[in-house]
Design a protein around this ligand. Structure first.
Ligand SMILES: Cc1cc2nc3c(=O)[nH]c(=O)nc-3n(C[C@H](O)[C@H](O)[C@H](O)COP(=O)(O)OP(=O)(O)OC[C@H]3O[C@@H](n4cnc5c(N)ncnc54)[C@H](O)[C@@H]3O)c2cc1C
Length: 479
């Protein structure tokens, strides 16, 4: 059953999450002003699934049950599904101008589903059947699942078993007949406080001796032993000040957090990989492959940034200057290049042995490599166009004050036909996306989310097929 955004929020209220923020336990995360905008962004993914205008982009028929489900909870069955995901990502980026937090879960579903099939084929295990039961439940209840891959990793130069503290990669600490007990911590977890379930996966390829670290499972986010420590974002406490203008994007935002597993019990039916180290590389590669074009969302956010920069130019009275027009063209070129590569890897997708579709890995890595660069250049151009006011303008409280508000109204006016307040709002939106809470999603997530730039370069080097290209050159040169 598809839920409304309101029903989704009510379902979160029923969770018994153990969340900490500013050193204190958050008794009701759904009512916390710093958390609310991120929850609103997820709620949009529910409401639009029920909106006739968007249902085609937001919903699909489950291949497990034949019922209509949210596309976020789907395992891709065709190239069309992959393409639809990219279009959905852009549309949601445009509507929220932030990270709406659900694609990591979807990309995890797809990686675990197709890998479980291949482990079962080799070892006669029943991981895919277990996973299908879990996914069927998520689809039926219309739940949000956090995709948890990134371990805290300690010393990056050491493998999991060689770390001084063995818990720096999530691991099995006890094996029981009915399940396992796990310890560890996943970092940077997008939307974890807005999620009902967490689906864990290993973060790097593993050797046979790393058996206890080769584990994938799903548990409810309020399972005993789980602690969530909410991540700070640049300018986050502005949300506590009660100002709409100063936060830049008052309705929506993203969040990330640390999730700590302290002797968490995982029942057998929720385990989807358990010690089969040779399949970890496949799982990680497929997750990263699916997740990299998910950054098509940044082209949606980029649309909002381009719009804001164009408005800033208009409000400043420079919209007709040729260098401004050229900068907006450049921003559009960069933005559409991100979108094109996300679409391209989806159109070039192919079925895995499980029947689920996987994007073209080379093009997906090219897409994410673009994402690690282009939003930065787009921010630079937007800041150029906006002018210095985006970082120096007084607060909304000053603007509303009797003593000095009239000075701000008078002196921060740009073109006469545009109210000063509109100009101030656009400046704050640009600040939000380039330096404020929005920059977490638009900039640093673009850099590191789905793997840092070098991870894509390694894949591009593996998949670039240089030998084949040399052969082509030799043929033309008649060597
Ligand atoms: C906003 C945001 C949201 C995210 N959301 C999620 C999420 O929902 N789920 C999830 O699982 N993850 C998430 N991530 C995590 C993301 O996948 C990681 O940030 C990324 O994989 C990089 O890991 P790291 O942050 O630990 O950086 P590091 O691994 O510390 O990387 C820092 C630098 O060191 C280099 N480096 C690292 N190890 C080595 C090595 N062995 N040899 C040489 N160079 C090395 C890297 O290339 C990089 O340049 C998110 C990240 C961000 C920033």
């Amino acid at each position: 059953m598809l839920k409304t955004g309101k029903e989704y929020i009510e379902s979160l209220r029923k969770l018994n999450l153990n969340v900490y923020l500013f050193g204190e336990k958050v008794e009701s995360p759904v009512d916390h002003p710093i958390i609310i905008p991120s929850m609103n962004a997820v709620a949009v993914t529910y409401d639009l699934a029920l909106d006739p205008l968007y249902e085609d982009l937001m919903t699909v028929k489950s291949h497990l049950t034949g019922k209509k489900i949210n596309l976020f909870n789907h395992v891709f069955q065709s190239k069309d599904d992959l393409v639809k995901k990219v279009k959905r990502q852009r549309m949601l980026g445009q509507k929220t101008a932030c990270c709406f937090q659900r694609c990591v879960g979807q990309d995890s579903f797809n990686a675990v589903y197709s890998t479980a099939y291949e482990i079962d084929k080799k070892y006669g295990t029943d991981y895919q059947e277990r996973f299908n039961r879990f996914l069927g439940y998520v689809q039926e209840e219309d739940l949000v699942t956090d995709g948890a891959m990134t371990d805290v990793k300690g010393d990056r130069g050491l493998s999991p078993i060689n770390q001084v503290d063995p818990d720096l990669y999530l691991r099995v600490v006890e094996r029981r007949t009915d399940g396992i007990i796990v310890n560890g911590c996943k970092a940077h977890q997008t939307g974890i406080v807005n999620s009902h379930e967490v689906l864990c996966m290993p973060t790097i390829a593993m050797k046979p001796e790393d058996k206890d670290y080769a584990i994938s499972f799903a548990v409810p986010t309020d399972s005993p032993g789980i602690t969530i420590i909410y991540g700070r974002q640049s300018c986050d406490t502005r949300k506590l000040e009660g100002s709409e203008i100063d936060v830049g994007n008052s309705q929506f935002g993203g969040h990330e957090a640390l999730i700590i597993f302290d002797h968490v019990f995982v029942p057998n039916e929720r385990i989807f990989l358990n010690g089969e180290t040779e399949f970890v590389g496949m799982l990680v590669e497929r997750f990263a492959g699916h997740h990299r074009p998910s950054y098509a969302c940044k082209s949606g956010v980029g649309d909002v940034l381009i719009g804001a920069a164009a408005l800033a130019a208009e409000y400043n009275g420079v919209a007709n200057a040729s260098h401004i027009k050229d900068k907006l063209i450049e921003m559009t070129h960069l933005n559409e290049t991100i979108y094109s590569s996300a679409l391209a890897c989806s159109y070039e997708g192919a079925p895995t042995p499980s029947g689920a579709y996987l994007i073209d890995l080379l093009l997906a890595n090219v897409c994410k490599q673009n994402v690690t660069r282009f939003p930065y250049e787009m921010c630079r151009l937007a800041e150029d166009i906006a002018g210095g006011l985006m970082v120096t303008q007084p607060s909304e409280k000053d603007f509303r004050s009797e003593a000095v508000g009239h000075y701000i109204e008078k002196y921060l006016k740009g073109v006469n036909s545009v109210p000063t307040e509109h100009r101030m709002r656009i400046m704050r939106l640009i600040e939000n996306l380039t330096l404020g809470t929005g920059a977490v999603g638009y900039r640093t997530e673009s850099m590191h989310g789905a793997g840092s730039p070098q991870a894509q370069r390694i894949m591009i080097s593996r998949l670039g097929n240089f030998e084949h290209k040399k052969e082509m050159a030799k043929k033309i040169a008649r060597i």
